[in-house]
Design a protein around this ligand. Sequence first.
Ligand SMILES: Cc1cc2nc3c(=O)[nH]c(=O)nc-3n(C[C@H](O)[C@H](O)[C@H](O)COP(=O)(O)OP(=O)(O)OC[C@H]3O[C@@H](n4cnc5c(N)ncnc54)[C@H](O)[C@@H]3O)c2cc1C
Length: 392
Amino acid sequence: MKPDLFEAPDYYNLDELLTEEHKLVRDAARSWVKREVSPIIEDYAQRAAFPEQIIGGLAEIGAFGPYIPEEYGGAGLDQISYGLIMQEIERGDSGVRSTASVQSSLVMYPIWKYGTEEQRKKYLPKLASGEYMGCFGLTEPNHGSNPGGMETKFKDMGDHYLLNGAKLWISNAPFAQVAVVWAKNEEGRIHGLIVERGMEGFSTPETHNKWSLRASATGELIFDNVKVPKENLLPGKSGLGAPLGCLDSARFGIAWGAIGAAMDCYDTALRYAKERVQFDKPIAATQLQQKKLAEMITEITKAQLLAWRLGVLREQGKATSAQISMAKRNNVDMAIKIAREARQVLGGMGITGEYSIMRHMMNLESVITYEGTHDIHLLITGMDITGHAAFK
Ligand SMILES: Cc1cc2nc3c(=O)[nH]c(=O)nc-3n(C[C@H](O)[C@H](O)[C@H](O)COP(=O)(O)OP(=O)(O)OC[C@H]3O[C@@H](n4cnc5c(N)ncnc54)[C@H](O)[C@@H]3O)c2cc1C
């Protein structure tokens, strides 16, 4: 792979909207990605392997629980810092960002928000340091966009719960020590349970043959009469709103992360277009390639403004789920379109692993589907503005 010469586009001087702390956090994540992710990621993606050696570094840059209070091992940062960290990691690779998003927003967040003080003290510091890795089990073979239909169940056996069912498409599953699993009780109410690797009847087979997020491990969670201690139930919130609250936090991170992937594709295409000479002039001097590049920077700038404003609203506790849906949908769509255009700017070279663009493009095919598909987020906006739920 080519050396990482990334220079971040900032067409509207958005750095002026950031605090010194935001810039420090962002720059630390940026240099770490250049040093530790860019040189190895293509090889891991080609081999469909997760680079476990980067777990410690992710913890050091605050990627595991950026906004979780420091007393639980988190970085105690604000929402914009969280977004900027996700942007920088996804600039390196969406699979690596997925690992960090799951750990922070789908495992640490529910334990912090819905867990007991004992659960917080037991799990959060280990998850923040990367000693424990976590996964989040919501999706099932028969229930993706409609998780409320889930079939995974648990029964109260007096001194423990008995868990049965299966989850599919679970990021981090093959190596996670801890799984936050969503299941229905005997009354059909959804609750979160903390399931640990090693519990009898719990297995996590890996999902192979992915063309996307190849550097992120994905698997199933199988529960065959798993005895879950009663103290592992998350008591603070139940119902579908509990997992959806976690998804709000993760989708916010994705809205920022997708900007990172788009920035990398744009920066690569711009540099290539200035260097590549055809018909005795750089292709950057042709109107058609300028159209592509000009549209890319316009879309990136709009996405940056959307993400920044959403960060302010979220920090103030005012961002709605529908606003988060709009940003996730818009920014991922923007990134995947930029990846496709940028790939063409590089001609044949664009399909090789010498450049990051094709990997970003394939990764974004998962990002546009997980955490709510492109369609479902549009229908959430539709419901929000009309009052009618078209997806039910
Ligand atoms: C790489 C990867 C990692 C993932 N990681 C996790 C994870 O860690 N944890 C987890 O719980 N899940 C995870 N997921 C699952 C992901 O969230 C689901 O794939 C997603 O929610 C879509 O579900 P589905 O694949 O079953 O598609 P379906 O829900 O079957 O949808 C298929 C198509 O139908 C459309 N559709 C569905 N309903 C409607 C409707 N009412 N109206 C119009 N169109 C509709 C969808 O938009 C989509 O285009 C992951 C997925 C991938 C690919």
